[in-house]
Design a protein around this ligand. Sequence first.
Ligand code: BV8
Ligand code: ZN
Length: 271
Amino acid sequence: MRPEIPPSLIEEVRAARALVVLTGAGVSKESGIPTFRDALVGLWAKFDPEELATPEAFERDPAMVARWYDERRVKVAECRPNPGHLALADLERRILGQGGRFTLLTQNVDRLHQAAGSRRVVELHGALRVWRCSRCGEEREESGGPFAEYPPRCGCGGARRPGVVWFGEVLPRRAVDEAEAAVRDCDLFLSIGTSALVHPAAGLLHEARGRGASTAEINPERTPASDLVDWRVEGQSGEVLPDLVARAFPDPPPVENGPGRRTHPGRQVPP
Ligand code: BV8
Ligand code: ZN
């Protein structure tokens, strides 16, 4: 049964002048990527993710932590964006196309939003593909197969670590600044596929509300945000988002007609 989307929320999305979307691991679940808490399958089942995703864990056992992240990186590289990711990329184009502002804040480290065509993405927790030397800081993107050794080594001999934000680590300054600037003047904030437990990302919805933005949550389960939002849509993002965007923007998207010239199908562009 198709999840019910309130018509007033559809209207609010259509009229949004400054839209902020926050996504969590739930948005990637329909791409086959387990959410953070159920990421521990197979041999990892005996670990607590919050134990593994820490600088202390890497300090204690760099090989084991590097292997866990590298296995996730290789698995994610085989995954494709799902209809929820694609709908968010379409939504960005629609809002920008009507002169609005759009920012996609993601806690996800899988880069599937970018693969789906989203451009205004702020990675709050880094990316699995980025690996950084813990000695000299050299950072490189990795898109190949598994590393030959764990932890992988930098040319300087240092151990390379995943370029993600671990528990107990501060978020990248630039990402925090961009997120706060976006939330400061947004008129609509959508929280999608996140358990709203991890801070400071989870605090952004509170900040948006405090600034007078309307807020909505899309999640099959309730979360600590559920009682705070103006609308709650109980459903999977891969189902809800395509429906929400199609109903908010029923016209076909403008066709790119050469550099910078947009036309709507049916309307002739003067020669
Ligand atoms: C920091 C990268 C300063 C690594 C991650 C204030 C209050 C309380 C605690 C704190 C606080 N400030 C700091 C903390 C401590 C901590 C924290 O928040 N702890 C929590 C657990 C209480 N925060 C930090 O340490 C942060 N750093 O604040 O620095 C500082 C420094 C020192 C000391 C103090 C403060 C850093 C946090 C970043 C951690 N790194 N990821 C990696 O990926 O391995 S967070 C990680 O968890 C993922 O990014 C993920 O997004 C997030 C949450 O995990 P999940 O639950 O799996 O995912 P998600 O939340 O997205 O939940 C899935 C949801 O999807 C569910 O609700 C489910 O119902 C839904 N769903 C399922 N299917 C679908 C769906 N939804 C839609 N469609 C579907 N199909
Ligand atoms: Zn190095």
